[in-house]
Ligand binder design. Structure first.
Ligand code: CA
Length: 460
């Protein structure tokens, strides 16, 4: 009996101490990783032991959503903790180094800008994709103290393919894939396979900043195309014959190695109990092109079906969050930033309230209610929507389509449209959707889809 009280007392001290100190946060975001392509979501042919260890030492969120089913707007939502549809970031931006308006609006604050006022050191390693106009849109103009990465929406992985020294000399998205990586504002000569390069930088970031509260956004561009992997990783997948799946698996495996190295670094400096680690993807897999899998979810990157914007999502905070549990209420990438902003004590601008919640009370079980009444999605150009409310989801899948209704608890693959059986719920959710839609604005810039010839160029 006494031992129980002593354990509880010590656990409480550890929990309280962790909450009093400002925790570090590392957000590891993959790019276009499918829902089913990590071990903690059931993947069998791509071992991801290090990524899985985050779920094993923390929580798997089975209904983790992002705010948009493609890269740029999803990242704009994550980085501001606000639905990007509120501020017109509703398309993948064009790569326009001379256009200050092509990217994250200057009026919006990033979570780095918010928490750095409380003493956080903020870094981003990897993909930015929130504007290529260096004087206004560079990450270090948007609250980050450090940047090591690329400004565009993707990148070649092999160093010999990076032929353009200066980021501002690339004239379009595909050219930007060939630029040298920026360290701060300086281009650095290509060094190695890009995923390994980013992992090296992440490990160095932790070592360098281990004595102050830090926020690291480790934004791997893997496994986004082009599909490129080195023999070191390809050789792990002799059991996969399909060429795309094989290379894709190798790319995921490279990320997994990197995640392992970062976690080891935290352990080395005894930072695991003072660091929240989140793993997620920025949108669903593009199964038709990359060999990824969103099973059992319907749809792909770009779509309002679950496969477009419900992603692998795991979070650990050792000593605070329970180990190895599963959380089923919907959570959002919006919550990640709001959590660290809340824990940092930073002030939230009254005129731009955050759309996320501090997840910690929910994940510890202190608050047993669902974190969000609804999860929303709009794609303005296609006039499509999704609203998840409880376990029901309203979908308007294409322009002019009648609303469909799915019960995700019984029908995770969105096969059985219940709109005719539950007309009152369709009406309720239509009202919820319209109310949210009234809070949004139109997109503020033209996107990649408006570039003549976009999508027809071959990646070489
Ligand atoms: Ca993406």
């Amino acid at each position: 009996m006494y031992s129980y009280y002593i354990f509880f007392f010590l656990f409480s001290i550890s929990w309280t101490t962790a909450l009093l100190a400002k925790p570090n946060m590392i957000v590891i975001m993959c790019d276009d990783l499918g829902y089913a392509d990590v071990g903690f979501n059931g993947c069998k042919d791509i071992p991801t032991p290090h990524i899985d260890s985050i779920a094993r030492n923390g929580i798997t969120c089975t209904s983790g959503y992002v705010t948009y089913p493609v890269c740029g707007p999803s990242r704009a939502g994550f980085i501001t903790s606000r639905y990007p549809q509120r501020f017109g970031f509703e398309r993948n931006p064009q790569y326009q180094p001379n256009d200050p308006d092509m990217g994250l609006p200057r009026e919006e604050k990033t979570i780095a800008e918010l928490i750095k006022t409380t003493g956080y050191h903020c870094g981003i390693i990897g993909k930015w994709h929130l504007g290529a106009h260096i004087p206004t849109s560079h990450p270090m103009k948007r609250g980050f103290d450090e940047f090591y990465g690329h400004l565009g929406g993707g990148h070649f992985y092999f160093p010999e393919k990076l032929k353009i020294r200066r980021s501002q000399d690339a004239t379009d998205e595909m050219e930007s894939y060939r630029t040298w990586i920026l360290k701060g504002y300086e281009p650095v000569p290509p060094r190695k396979y890009l995923t390994d390069d980013f992992s090296d930088e992440a490990v160095a970031f932790v070592e360098r900043n281990r004595d102050c509260p830090f926020f690291l956004f480790l934004a791997y561009n893997a496994p986004h195309g082009p599909l490129e992997a080195t023999p070191k990783y390809l050789n792990r997948f002799s059991h996969i014959d399909e060429p795309k799946r094989k290379t894709y698996a190798a790319m995921v495996s490279a990320v997994d190695d990197g995640v392992g190295r970062v976690l080891s670094e935290l352990e080395k400096y005894k930072l695991l109990e003072n660091t929240i680690v989140v793993f997620l993807s920025d949108n669903g897999g593009i199964t038709t092109k990359s060999g990824s899998s969103n099973f059992p979810l319907r749809g792909n990157k770009g779509e309002v079906w679950e496969g477009g914007f419900r992603v692998p999502f795991a979070i650990q905070w050792q000593g605070v969050l329970p180990k190895g549990s599963v959380y089923e209420y919907p959570v959002s990438s919006l919550d990640i930033g709001t959590t660290i902003v809340s824990l940092s004590g930073a002030e939230i601008p009254q005129d731009k309230p955050l759309d996320g919640v501090n997840l910690i009370p929910f994940l510890t079980g202190k608050d047993k209610s669902p974190p969000h009444p609804s999860i929303y999605l709009r794609k303005y150009d296609n006039n499509v929507f999704a609203v998840r409310n409880g376990n029901e989801k309203l979908v308007i899948s294409h322009k002019g389509a009648s609303p469909q209704l799915f019960d995700l608890e019984k029908d995770i693959s969105e096969v059985n449209d219940l709109a005719k059986q539950r007309p009152e719920r369709v009406e309720e959710l239509e009202n919820v959707r319209k109310q949210w839609n009234n809070e949004l604005i139109e997109p503020t810039f033209l996107g990649l889809i408006h570039r003549k010839g976009w999508g027809k160029k071959k990646k070489k």
